[in-house]
Design a protein around this ligand. Structure first.
Ligand SMILES: NC(=O)c1ccc[n+]([C@@H]2O[C@H](COP(=O)([O-])OP(=O)(O)OC[C@H]3O[C@@H](n4cnc5c(N)ncnc54)[C@H](OP(=O)(O)O)[C@@H]3O)[C@@H](O)[C@H]2O)c1
Length: 248
């Protein structure tokens, strides 16, 4: 669901921070989550679609020490998100995020993916692009049916040509990213698929940095195994459980 206006976005941010009523203390509290290890290789990451999942994942990466450029077609609405993320975060338009990032996270309603490819594809050429969009027919229309039939790894590669594509962060919910990152005991697993081994390695590290356990499934043609509607989609599985379910 799109976060339509500033009021709704504020509510979302409050949820993001554990339903804190006073947004003024939000940055302090998020900044205090510094017990997680800091990356030794800070990346510049552009986020196209800074809603529930893009916003939540971006905050986890900022916590780990990455530089985050959140984007929106109305970037003034991202002030609170940037404040929550602290000094490593900034915001602007999607084009600026595509320029800024050595890695880009595309986190938009799936029907917008072809347009992201047309509008920002040139800027993303040769870059690592993590796509977490999920096709839902009720939201995205007929193209979603087609994408699910072909598998999102294959469909997204066609919509985002020339990028080093990895499918990841699609099979867990933003609430898990908000509440379960770095949890005690066995972590929740995040499945990944990609054809470019270096891109998969970078995305794998970004899964770890966000507080989850990566499960490499295979090439882009295997991303369908964790698409919307599969047995491992948003089930909160550990890596052990997910590997068993996927026969890995
Ligand atoms: N919600 C989850 O738990 C979750 C988990 C994993 C994957 N996903 C998938 O991730 C995608 C995003 O989900 P979400 O729940 O985060 O949605 P959301 O809260 O509605 O955020 C989507 C963001 O995409 C941006 N956007 C929409 N159309 C765009 C366009 N044409 N160009 C540029 N930006 C555009 C919007 O930004 P502006 O309007 O501000 O420009 C909006 O903030 C979906 O495909 C969803 O299925 C969601």
């Amino acid at each position: 669901m799109k976060i339509k206006n500033t009021t709704t976005r504020r509510k979302f941010l409050n949820q993001l921070a554990g339903s804190l009523p006073a947004l003024g203390i939000l940055p302090l509290i998020l900044h205090s989550r510094t017990s997680y290890s800091q990356t030794s290789n800070p990346l510049k990451i552009g986020i196209i679609g800074s809603g529930r999942i893009g916003g939540s994942v971006g905050l986890r990466w900022a916590e780990a020490g990455h530089e985050i450029f959140f984007s929106s077609r109305n970037p003034d609405q991202l002030e609170d998100l940037v404040a929550a993320g602290g000094p490593k975060c900034q915001a602007g338009f999607p084009q600026q995020a595509a320029e800024f990032g050595e890695v880009i996270l595309v986190a938009v309603p799936y029907a917008a993916t072809p347009q992201i490819g047309r509008d920002y594809g040139q800027l993303m050429q040769g870059k690592i692009v993590i796509d977490c969009g999920n096709p839902y027919v009720q939201r995205d229309g007929e193209m979603a049916e087609e994408a699910l039939r072909r598998g999102t790894g294959v469909a997204s590669a066609e919509y985002l040509p020339g990028v080093r594509l990895v499918r990841a962060f699609n099979a867990l919910s933003w609430r898990e990213v908000q509440n379960e990152a770095h949890r005690e005991g066995e972590l929740i697993a995040i499945p990944l698929a990609g054809d470019d081994q270096e891109a998969v390695a970078v995305a794998t590290q970004l899964v770890i940095d966000s507080g989850f356990d990566p499960v490499a499934v295979g090439g882009l043609d295997r991303a369908r195994e964790f698409d919307q509607g599969t047995d491992v989609y948003v089930k909160g599985m550990t890596a052990r459980e997910m590997r068993a379910a996927l026969n890995l």
